[in-house]
Design a protein around this ligand. Sequence first.
Ligand code: FES
Length: 164
Amino acid sequence: MGNALFEKVLLQTFAGRLTRNILSNTQIYLCAPVALMRMAQMTLGMLDFSKENIHQETFIPERQQPLRTIDPSQTHHIVVTSPAGARTEFDIFAGETILNGALRQGIDLPYTCKTGVCLSCLARCVRGVLEIQFVEQTRREGPGALVNTCIGYAVSPEVELVYE
Ligand code: FES
């Protein structure tokens, strides 16, 4: 969830009006990965919610996903289309996630937790095969599936994803 979406949800929650009373007296409890809580705090601060009323609990996944060995001698071609229809193509190394491969090259894709928890990196696979590496299991996904790019590894030579 990005800042804009969180702000929209907050406004909907309070029927579109953040009165002085709401901003001063609403108790807010955050429990999420650190980066997501940081984003939420920024949005809450920007909207002028009282800092004293924001409580948080640090959420850390029990175990990290096993990391794969990166092999720069093998690449996969990735095509992503943004919700606005902008198409970006890039290559990633075997063994790196689609998200990390994009970020390494300065390509801005959505994410927050990078651990498969927050779902802010989800994209729909329209071509190719990926492996989604959860802590307890690895799932193979193909066209039609929603996939976490932060824990998603390309299996086929080409993978095409659409952000919805
Ligand atoms: S960035 Fe959170 S699930 Fe992928």
